[in-house]
Design a binder for this molecule. Structure first.
Ligand SMILES: [Mg+2]
Length: 328
């Protein structure tokens, strides 16, 4: 058996990749497993039907797919994979006894990333699979960068769009109350005008860091969704619990004691502060993340037009129409 080069081992070591091999002949599966089993997780099966189920459950990083199989063939399975939103991006390499150029063209046109003819050379299969896994690694890295804000290192709006909905659905299933809200840095434009954008960036990083830590302790998460605007959620058990947590966020920023002399004439404080609009809700069929965030935005607007450095909080699950908490 071939031994892996250092470079291959380095690549392999960065992630424990899973390869799904689908072939109706056991001998082929054995050979493929023997090539890769020491360095990757190998999952094998003998039919397209099983292969589809395994692809769903194992989330493989790459699929090696035979074409000629009884019942459903490899081309048919490929079509199904490409149509499924969770499976469409998994690279597929056809490994087949078909020698016809037309078949190869067909496979590649269907979206296969490669096409290898049997009998195959072990080294070539290994090299091609490694090349495609390297592309997978780079794509995963790009996706990660695409979901994070480089200034604050917080997840960004795109990540919010994914996570907030996932969180909403799991809270809906569990019928557990949660708090959704928006944080806005007070008089931030004035801060930038007075101290410069570079210093403004430092402030955003400090605030992101302290509020992230505070919310993380409460089992929540925060996202940078605009210039000085952050979205967040956390689980809530009772009303006073949520209120005190929001007050803690406010206090954590106050305690940074970042001077903001540009506002001394118009504000009681001469330090950087935040305002929060937040909604407590048990998700149901009638509401949605968008609606709740709209309401949180209305709450925030109330604070921004009064004292700032305060929380406006509404619990949709109690009769009271408005519970406002001013800390300033
Ligand atoms: Mg076959």
């Amino acid at each position: 058996m071939h031994s892996f080069t250092k470079e291959e081992q380095r690549r392999a070591g960065e992630q424990n990749y899973t390869i799904l091999c689908i072939d109706d002949e056991s001998v082929n599966l054995k050979v493929l497993a023997s090539i890769f089993k020491d360095h990757y997780n190998i999952v094998v099966c003998k039919s397209a039907k099983q292969g589809f189920q395994l692809a769903l459950h194992e989330s493989p990083d790459i699929i090696l797919l035979d074409v000629l199989m009884p019942e459903e063939n490899g081309f048919e399975l490929m079509e199904k994979l490409k149509q499924h939103p969770k499976l469409t991006d998994i690279p597929v390499i056809f490994i087949t006894g078909l020698q016809d150029a037309e078949d190869e063209e067909k496979g590649l046109m269907m979206g296969a990333c490669d096409y290898i003819q049997k009998p195959f050379n072990h080294g070539i299969v290994r090299a091609r699979v490694n090349t495609h896994l390297e592309i997978v690694r780079q794509r995963n890295l790009l996706q990660k960068f695409a979901l994070f804000d480089s200034l604050t290192e917080l997840p960004n709006r795109r990540k919010w769009q994914q996570d907030s909905v996932d969180y909403w659905l799991s809270s809906k299933n569990a019928q557990s109350p949660m708090v959704y809200g928006i944080i806005d840095v007070d008089h931030f434009k004035k801060y930038n005008d007075h101290y410069g954008h570079q210093q403004g960036d430092v402030v955003l990083r400090k605030i992101a860091n302290i509020v992230r830590r505070t919310l993380f302790e409460f089992g929540g998460a925060i996202f940078r969704c605009g210039g000085e605007e952050f979205y967040f959620y956390f689980p809530a058990s009772q009303q006073c619990d949520a209120e005190s947590k929001l007050a803690t966020c406010l206090k954590s920023v106050e305690q940074l004691a970042i001077p903001h002399h540009a506002i001394s004439a118009i504000s009681a404080s001469s330090h950087v502060s935040i305002s929060i609009g937040a909604i407590q809700v048990i998700p149901n069929e009638k509401n949605s993340v968008e609606q709740v965030m709209q309401q949180a935005d209305e709450r925030l607007y109330i604070v921004k037009n009064s004292t700032r450095n305060a929380v406006s909080y509404l619990n949709l699950n109690v009769d009271e129409q408005q519970i406002s908490l001013d800390i300033s």
